[in-house]
Write a protein that binds this ligand. Structure first.
Ligand SMILES: [Zn+2]
Length: 290
């Protein structure tokens, strides 16, 4: 497989992805009284506008609870060549769900998106990267062809840890078991720590000088890069009202840096172009590597 990649130009691949959820799906707001009528999903349109401006593909992991209201949007995305994948149903962390229930709910989430779009959904990403090997095997059993929930940043309290033993390494951070692929989210190893360099809150909150330094270091030796982002991070709308039952750090974490997210995203794309990365989707890369 490595030989195949060596013969096929370009050799380096970048995948931009969006986890399509609203602001209130965040784990930090579990059990909080929130105004769920207030939406920040306009960030999805802003993201697509940027992609179209730069002619870059993307994969979208959609919550099935939003699939009905986003049906026409999903069809529009698909007709423009973007990939639709599954982000579960209501954003409950899989590791909080008994595995048998997780399987039933995930099969239903996949089916709902497929029924509403008429498309086959190949990919899955766990809410909050909350997945273990038992549940990864259920993702395979449910008929998905790839997962992108493996994240080596172990200091995040919500993330899971996936034992990938038995998978073959195709290239660094891409693993394969028969026809099923695991695409690991990018982290930079410094000493014994894995530092996130893959977007989300890290891109939004950290200063650009630091982010650009970390991503540049990562790209120097990498042949594969994954970035993820959420609609609320690109929303033009004001932050929702959050009362004192939401902790101050959470309110800060949620609202900081949104005004510069798109600028930073465009800068990351420039870095990737400078390093000759080819932009693709998970499904297309799976086809290339198959
Ligand atoms: Zn999510």
């Amino acid at each position: 497989m490595t030989e195949l990649l060596a013969q096929t130009a370009p050799k380096k691949y970048a995948i931009l992805s969006m986890d399509v959820e609203d602001w209130y799906h965040s784990d930090y707001f579990i059990d909080k009284k929130l105004d769920r009528s207030y939406s920040m999903l306009d960030g999805l349109d802003r993201y697509v506008g940027m992609l179209q401006d730069l002619q870059i593909p993307s994969s979208f992991f959609v919550l099935s609870d939003l699939a009905k209201s986003l049906q026409s949007k999903m069809l529009e995305l698909s007709s423009c060549g973007y990939e639709l994948a599954c982000h579960g149903d209501d954003h409950t962390r899989p590791l909080l769900i008994p595995s048998k229930d997780f399987y039933i709910r995930t099969v239903a989430a996949k089916k709902k998106i497929e029924d509403l779009t008429g498309l086959s959904v190949a990919g899955y990403r766990a809410p909050s990267f909350s997945l273990d090997r038992e549940r990864l095997d259920m993702i395979r059993k449910a008929g998905f062809l790839y997962d992108s929930s493996k994240n080596a940043f172990s200091d995040h309290p919500l993330y899971g840890c996936i034992d990938i033993s038995g998978f073959d390494k195709v290239v660094p951070n891409i693993y394969r078991a028969e026809n099923f692929f695991e695409f690991e989210v990018s982290t930079l190893k410094i000493a014994d720590k894995n530092i996130p360099v893959s977007g989300g809150g890290y891109l939004r909150i950290l200063p650009w000088w630091l982010t650009s330094n970390l991503i540049t270091r990562y790209l120097k030796d990498a042949s594969f890069y994954v970035l993820f982002i959420h609609p609320f991070e690109l929303s033009h709308r004001a932050a929702p009202y959050l009362d004192n039952t939401v902790s101050f750090p959470t309110r800060m974490r949620f609202s900081l840096g949104r005004s510069t997210t798109e600028i930073k995203l465009r800068k990351v794309i420039s870095l990737l172009k400078k390093e000759d990365f080819c932009f693709t989707t998970f499904s297309d890369l799976r086809q290339i590597l198959k």
